[in-house]
Every structure is written in structure tokens, then in C-alpha cells.
Design a protein around this ligand. Structure first.
Ligand SMILES: Cc1cc2nc3c(=O)[nH]c(=O)nc-3n(C[C@H](O)[C@H](O)[C@H](O)COP(=O)(O)OP(=O)(O)OC[C@H]3O[C@@H](n4cnc5c(N)ncnc54)[C@H](O)[C@@H]3O)c2cc1C
Length: 385
């Protein structure tokens, strides 16, 4: 792996922190579907969640490569960064498109860990992936916007102070273009809860703290709009490459965890008088998973390098997310198979990680949507939707 030696201490520090949160901790939370508040607090205190916030706003001003090293190590240690990964990428929208006053107000407090920006409200039940069809509306009323509608899969909303919200400010038929008419707001959920904002948890197959969120005449100060009214879709898109690269790094970390577990077990477990790993039928799937992970890892690094150079990286970020999500899922399946019956036992953590890593070929963007992006934007095939 070609990576700058500067990242080694970061990786080591993340691993040391994660060692305080062993499998038993995650198993208990998983059973209770409880939020890993202590883990997130420890990451925040250590400054890892402020990695991408520039130093002038109190963050560490680290590179995307450093951020992916952090997320990868969290997953490779058996922990789950899904509890907090959004803070790393949602704040990018604020950083790039927020006003100086908004940045000064929110970023230092986020970097200090006093404010949590963990919730990202884009997906809606009726529109799904077709973001431009979303129906949540924000209508200007004096020095406020009045928000009505509903979001779904708004993860961590119960464990965040702020939400980045995408809502329609101009009815679709009156908008200047297909992508115009949507706006991004910072919603202070501490003020809004009970005043037009209702959050309902959704229980899922893994412990993900996801929710559905209802807005009923929720008032948001007009000063909380990010950038220009009607240009929100572009702002959200500009943050998606970072999101995809970071989640791809998490998948690489997961794949490493599964491969490590499987290889160790295959060396130790003796059946028919020899370690199961002596059988090619057991070693080959592990070797294949390793190759898949390494190939995906190269694409993650390629995407991060382009991102850091400020170059266009939409194709690479999408490919990195897809290849890494496929690699982690393949490694998860292989790891269960290698462990036989024990792959299903809670105490091995494999079934938990298996459920957790399944998410990433669906969210934050599903396989077909990545494939159609590559087909259309890289290969020039006709637009399909
Ligand atoms: C646990 C979890 C956490 C999430 N967290 C967040 C969050 O914090 N914030 C947020 O905004 N969203 C979040 N999401 C939403 C997530 O991004 C979406 O679920 C995902 O993008 C897929 O959208 P959908 O569920 O609406 O599927 P749909 O859009 O209904 O699609 C269903 C299936 O049809 C396929 N499909 C749809 N249209 C086409 C087409 N034209 N061609 C080919 N195939 C197509 C899709 O690929 C998919 O497989 C989360 C989801 C989950 C499950």
C-alpha cells in the first residue's frame, strides 16, 4: 500500500482508541439498538471527527487521505463509524457554500464537539433516489421559512443537534431548470423538536439509529439557508464525492476485518486432523476476497488523490464506493462460510458486521444508480432516467 508515512500515527491512534470499544460493547448496543454515545464522544474528544474542518475553524485541517485512514481503521478494528461518519462529510456543504457568518457560528463549535452535525435529510418516502422529485417544501414567510413534509432514513437525527435539510423552495413546474428550486438549510433540531419537528426511529436489521422525520409548519430562520435559494441541489451534489470516498474507506476497513478474522480462524480450526485453511477450498475464497479488497482500495486512493488535487472525481468516487461495498460484502459472506456454524454465533461479531456492511451497496447510493452514472457519464450511453 502506497501511503504517506504521516498517516501511520493517525492509524495507530485510531486503533488505540478503538481498542477501548471491543466486540462486547458493540454486541450489547446491537441487542439494545442503542447509540454508541461513548464511542462517538471519544472520537470527538480526540478530534477525529473534525479531521476535515480547516484549522482556522478549530479543526485539524487534515486531508481526505487522513480522513479515509480514520474511517478505515474504525471499521478494521471491528467498530462502526456509521454512528458518526456523516459529520465528516455533511459539514463540507457548510464549508464550501456557507456564508462567513454561518461558518464562524457552526464550524468551531462542531470542531470543539459542542455541536453535532450528524443528520442529513435528503431521502423522502415517495421520491426515493429521484431526489429532484422530493416534496418537502420550505416557503418564505418574513424572516423565516416554513417547512412542511417528511424525510425517511434520516440517520442519527436523535443524536444530532443540527440537520442539513434539502427542501423545495420553488414548485417544480415554476423552477428555471430541472435541478433548480431546491435549497439547503441548517436546521437547529434542539429548537425545532416539539415545534413542528417530530422524529420517529426506524428499527432496522442492524443498529443504525435511523429515523423518519416529519415537518409540520416548522419555522427555520431565513439566515439558516446555505448559499443561494434554489441552488441547493448543486451544493448537495458537491458533497457527495466526499461521502462516497469516506464510505468506500469504511467498506475497505470492514473487508480487512473479515479477511483477518477468516484467515486467523482458518489457521486455527482443525477438522479432519488438519487446519481448515490447509484446504484450497477454504483458502481460495479468502485469497479472492483479499484481491478484491486490494483492487477496491486502489480505486479509493485514486479517488482521494483526485479529490485532494481539486480535480473532477465523480466517476472514481462512485466506482470506489461500489467496488469497496462489493468487496466488503463478498468478504463478509466468505467470513461466514469460513467459520461454518460459528459465523452465526453472536459472540464472534461476524453476523453483526455482516449485517452492518450489507448496507453499502444500497446507501448512500444504490448499485444501479452508480452503474447508470458510469454508463452515462463515462461511457456516453443514453441517459436512462
Ligand atoms: C440504514 C439507512 C440509512 C440511511 N441514511 C440516510 C441519511 O442519513 N440521509 C438520507 O437522506 N438518506 C439516507 N438513506 C437513504 C438511502 O440513501 C436510500 O435508501 C438509497 O439511496 C436508495 O433509495 P431508496 O431506498 O429510496 O430506493 P429506491 O429509489 O426506491 O430504489 C429501489 C431500488 O430500485 C433501484 N432503482 C430505482 N430507480 C432505478 C432506475 N432508474 N434504474 C435502475 N434501478 C433503479 C435502486 O437501485 C434500488 O435498488 C439511508 C438508507 C438506509 C437503509
Amino acid at each position: 500500500m502506497n501511503e504517506s508515512a504521516e498517516l501511520a500515527p493517525i492509524r495507530e491512534a485510531v486503533r488505540a482508541l478503538c481498542a477501548n470499544f471491543p466486540g462486547e460493547y458493540w454486541r450489547r448496543l446491537d441487542r439494545e439498538r442503542a447509540y454508541p454515545a461513548e464511542f462517538v464522544a471519544a472520537l470527538t474528544k480526540a478530534g477525529f471527527l473534525a479531521a476535515l474542518i480547516p484549522e482556522e475553524y478549530g479543526g485539524s485541517g487534515l486531508t481526505m487521505s487522513a480522513a479515509i485512514a480514520i474511517m478505515e481503521e474504525i471499521q478494521a478494528s471491528g467498530c462502526n463509524g456509521a454512528a458518526c461518519h456523516a459529520q465528516m462529510y455533511t459539514m463540507g456543504t457548510l464549508l464550501r457554500h456557507g456564508s462567513p457568518a454561518q461558518k464562524a457560528r457552526y464550524l468551531p463549535a462542531i470542531a470543539r464537539g459542542e455541536l453535532r452535525l450528524q443528520a442529513f435529510g435528503v431521502t423522502e418516502p415517495s421520491s426515493g433516489t429521484d431526489t429532484l422529485s422530493l416534496r418537502t417544501s420550505a416557503v418564505r414567510d418574513g424572516d423565516h421559512y416554513v417547512v412542511n413534509g417528511q424525510k425517511i432514513w434520516t440517520s442519527r437525527a436523535e443524536h444530532s443537534d443540527l440537520m442539513l435539510l434539502l427542501a423545495r423552495t420553488t414548485p417544480r413546474e415554476q423552477a428555471k431548470s430541472r435541478t433548480a428550486g431546491l435549497s439547503v438549510f441548517i436546521v437547529d433540531m434542539r429548537e425545532a423538536k416539539g415545534h413542528g419537528l417530530t422524529i420517529r426511529p426506524i428499527r432496522t436489521m442492524m443498529n443504525h439509529a435511523t429515523t423518519e422525520v416529519f415537518f409540520e409548519n416548522m419555522r427555520v430562520p431565513a439566515e439558516n439557508i446555505i448559499g443561494n435559494e434554489g441552488e441547493g441541489f448543486r451544493y448537495i451534489l458537491s458533497g457527495m464525492n466526499a461521502e462516497r470516498i469516506l464510505i468506500a474507506a469504511e467498506c475497505i476497513g470492514d473487508a480487512k476485518w473479515f479477511i483477518d478474522k477468516a484467515a486467523s480462524y482458518a489457521k486455527e480450526r482443525v477438522v479432519f486432523g488438519r487446519p481448515i485453511g490447509q484446504n484450497q477450498g477454504v483458502q481460495f475464497p479468502i485469497a479472492r476476497s483479499y484481491m478484491g479488497m486490494r483492487a477496491a482500495e486502489l480505486m479509493v486512493r485514486e479517488a482521494a488523490t483526485l479529490y485532494e488535487a481539486g480535480e473532477e472525481c465523480g466517476a472514481e468516487a462512485n466506482m470506489a464506493k461500489q467496488l469497496a461495498a462489493e468487496a466488503s460484502w463478498a468478504a463478509a459472506d466468505m467470513c461466514v462460510q469460513t467459520h461454518g456454524g460459528f459465523g452465526f454465533a453472536e459472540e464472534f461479531d461476524i453476523e453483526r458486521k455482516f449485517r452492518e456492511t450489507r448496507l453499502y451497496t444500497v446507501a448512500p447510493i444504490s448499485t444501479n444508480l452508480v452503474l447508470s452514472y458510469i454508463a452515462e457519464h463515462v461511457l456516453g450511453l443514453p441517459r436512462s432516467y
